[in-house]
Design a protein around this ligand. Structure first.
Ligand code: PLP
Length: 465
């Protein structure tokens, strides 16, 4: 093959720029990006010619130059964070962004963040305000606490609480509650980071009231209880009630702190789930500071919510770390909107997506599965499509033992492996993240929105048509 001739046939930059196709790209992406794409793609083409001995392939690459320039630009301008369809059935999937907010909430959020807002402005007093003021009253009303504030996430909430209340002293924690959650949040490490020394008491399975009593010294600054949100110790076990510990702490004038992890505001038993300790119960038990996540079972944006006694919360608001951990207008706005939904306990499960998915009946999920199966039967002619009973998980390190009966759509492709189909699904315009179970692709319909059914059928039809 004559490589020199091929090199000569690569169009010059100015020729490319004058072509109609490339001129169209300039209108769409701007001149400097188009120049970059031309440079990159002609360089890639030269390399290809240098390394190949296949003239037909080289000619094909040459003919496709404008197309590869367009593809380069398209990839470059496509946001990397994208909508995906969650077919895993895990409701609070940390890798998939945990709790979604509703469309209605998102629309209200868009109105606020596309302009200015009174984020830190007190409209009544016409002066500087506090960003926590927007939902402090609401959080107090919902939880029964005296005061509230919010930081970046619950890890930050625990760090700030211990830094403010226990730095330079000891904090007592049961050995059964030295939790690690995903992303390397570990109670001993957070404690160390806060400048408080961890005083472990009891054993992995049993901690008694007397263990706490005996550990109290002049160095003690607080007692901490951690909800073992992502594991359970079962069998020969014992732990001490938060209210008893609060009594012990208060005898010594110490704060009683609780890291609740997920922090629910509604009794999940209402929806047939295992009881998960609520924030209200902790406040009623006399806990002075309770912290929990905004994007776990609460169903809101990522946030760390701290509620409790005014004197302690006031000290936290003034702590220098607070500025570094503070929430922005997106979080403040979305959190207030989500909290407002809790004012109506009868409708909260309908208006907060995470709670809606959590409380949806198997029957209702099955109806959605049947609809998808019918759509898939029309678009996919080279796969077995069936309904399968399955079990969903809560996720987000909450209710680890809970399995929710659900219904899935299983797909068994005839002409490719399940792994290959999974790969294709992840590469789709709207990627679908499925579950792979005994050589089937399974879409657990609990976490799939009915609005997405037509697009799922269309995209799968292109692969399995
Ligand atoms: C999830 C969790 C955290 C961390 O919360 P994030 O909001 O993810 O930072 C801390 N403590 C417990 C017990 C948890 O379950």
């Amino acid at each position: 093959m004559n490589k020199n001739e091929l090199y000569r046939d690569i169009p010059k930059v100015d020729v490319l720029l004058e072509s109609e196709a490339v001129a169209g790209l300039i209108g769409q992406y701007g001149r400097s990006l188009v120049m970059e794409a031309i440079r990159e793609q002609t360089e890639r083409l030269r390399r290809f010619i240098r390394e190949t001995e296949d003239e037909t392939a080289a000619r094909a690459e040459l003919a496709g130059l404008t197309r590869s320039i367009a593809a380069y630009l398209k990839t470059l301008r496509q946001p990397r964070v994208r909508k995906v369809i969650n077919g895993t059935g895990t409701i609070l999937h940390t890798n998939l962004g945990r709790a979604p907010i509703s469309r209605d909430q998102a629309q209200k959020l868009a109105e606020i963040v596309t302009g200015y807002s009174n984020l830190e402005y007190d409209l009544e007093g016409a002066c500087r305000g506090e960003r926590y003021a927007h939902f402090e009253g609401l959080l107090c009303r919902l939880t029964g606490a005296e005061a509230a504030m919010v930081v970046n996430n619950n890890a930050a909430a625990v760090l700030l609480t211990l830094s403010t209340l226990a730095r330079g002293g000891e904090v007592i924690v049961s050995r059964g509650e030295l939790v690690e959650i995903g992303g390397k949040f570990r109670i001993p490490d957070v404690c160390q980071q806060s400048g408080a020394a961890l005083r472990e008491v009891g054993t992995t399975n049993k901690t008694h009231f007397s263990d706490y009593q005996q550990a109290l010294t002049d160095e003690t600054k607080a007692i901490l209880k951690v909800h073992t949100s992502n594991y359970r110790i079962v069998g020969f076990t014992e732990s001490v009630d938060a209210s008893e510990l609060a009594g012990l702490a208060h005898e010594r004038g110490l704060p009683m702190i609780e890291d609740l992890g997920s922090g629910v505001l509604v009794d999940l038993e209402k929806y047939g789930l295992t009881h998960e300790p609520t924030v209200q119960e902790s406040i009623r038990a006399g806990i002075d500071v309770v912290c929990f996540s905004g994007d776990k079972l609460l169903g809101g944006p990522q946030a760390g919510i701290i509620v409790g006694r005014k004197e302690y919360i006031q000290r936290m608001k003034r702590h220098p770390l607070t500025r570094a951990l503070r929430v922005d207008k997106f979080t403040v706005t979305a959190l207030e909107l989500v909290l407002l939904e809790y004012l109506d306990p009868d409708r909260v499960a309908r208006n907060i997506p995470a709670l809606r998915m959590l409380s949806e009946t198997e029957q209702s999920i099955r109806e959605r599965a049947e609809r998808l199966r019918e759509l898939l039967k029309q678009s996919c002619h080279s796969a077995d499509i069936d309904l399968r009973p399955c079990q969903s998980q809560v996720g987000g390190g909450s209710l680890p033992m809970e399995r929710l009966p659900s219904c899935g759509v299983s797909i068994w492709p005839w002409a490719m492996s399940t792994q290959a189909l999974e790969r294709r699904m992840l590469d789709m315009p709207v990627p679908i993240v499925p579950r792979v179970a005994d050589d089937h692709i399974l879409l657990d319909m609990r976490t799939v929105d009915s609005e997405d059914l037509p697009v799922i059928a269309e995209m799968l039809g292109e692969v399995l048509g």
